[in-house]
Design a protein around this ligand. Sequence first.
Ligand SMILES: Nc1ncnc2c1ncn2[C@@H]1O[C@H](COP(=O)(O)OP(=O)(O)O)[C@@H](O)[C@H]1O
Ligand SMILES: [Mg+2]
Length: 330
Amino acid sequence: MQENPRPAGSSRPDSAGQPGASDASDTAGGSTGPADRPYIYANDVFKIFKVADLEVVALRGLDLKVEKGEIVAIIGSSGSGKSTLLNILAGYDTPSAGTIYVGDYDMLNMTSKEVVEYRRNEVGFVWQQTARNLFPYLSAIENVELPMMLAGRGSAHRRKRATDLLALVGLGGRMNHKPEHLSGGEQQRVAIAVALANEPPLLLADEPTGELDDETGAEILELLNHLNVDTGTTIVVVTHDPAISASVGRAIAIRDGKTSTEIRRVVEGQQQIGGEAVGVEEFLLVDTSGRVQIPREMIDELNLGERLRVEIVDGRVTLRDIDADDAEKK
Ligand SMILES: Nc1ncnc2c1ncn2[C@@H]1O[C@H](COP(=O)(O)OP(=O)(O)O)[C@@H](O)[C@H]1O
Ligand SMILES: [Mg+2]
């Protein structure tokens, strides 16, 4: 096998090292050019699945911005489109419409060669199903070495990096255990080490704590936070558990295939786990067309109907149900 199958100057015209070499396709996102574009930039993304004659709209106008080096949680109930988004970010699936970039990669316009290159160099992925992440007949260290072997790295490099990574995820003493002799939490730690083996700038984790008990799940999140700080890897972690927003600095809620609110944990000093939380703030996200999603609880609490009166009162935008408004005036 070739020692380095992906030399820096790859055949892709706008690959890393030549930022903005060609960006003619970035029109849908308006004025956001490659220079000021965040690392992950999704604008008005749609994903429609066709099942027989039925169309399922999994993402409907989703927006997302994540800066390089950030850790972000995506939260939302089952069926809200979290996995669809993550699969698109991982290069496993393509959007039906919209704009989505990760670094210099245009996720809507990649050749199959670029997709392979993207998956190999740019992203590491951790699945919810602990068993799906690891080969059962390989030891922890062999599992971590495998992606490096496939990338053509030499054996000395592989062994050293796998050893370092397993120590980093707290499994230095269990390197020769096979998955069946590791707990669920330990298996997810190995899975994270596997995902980081080829030093991807982006780590994606789809409900990595879904099969774990609360305490073990919290430890995995703490590990992701530490890895984010220690290695500078950008991390997007998906969960259906709203409590996760208490353990990452920034959590974005998806409702019905659209990012709706953002929750920022306000802590003293660093926005990381372990810091003393002084509060949690939730913001409504406004898309480029001015659309917002009013949280369901608020609609129910105020019994809001289909038509609202929008007014600016004392510099604030107010929304009132017109029927309630008329009833009040009588
Ligand atoms: N491959 C697919 N074919 C058809 N429908 C799909 C497919 N994947 C997801 N969906 C549908 O898209 C919606 C979003 O699914 P998903 O992204 O898996 O949600 P989540 O991960 O938030 O639970 C759901 O209605 C789901 O049934
Ligand atoms: Mg899912």
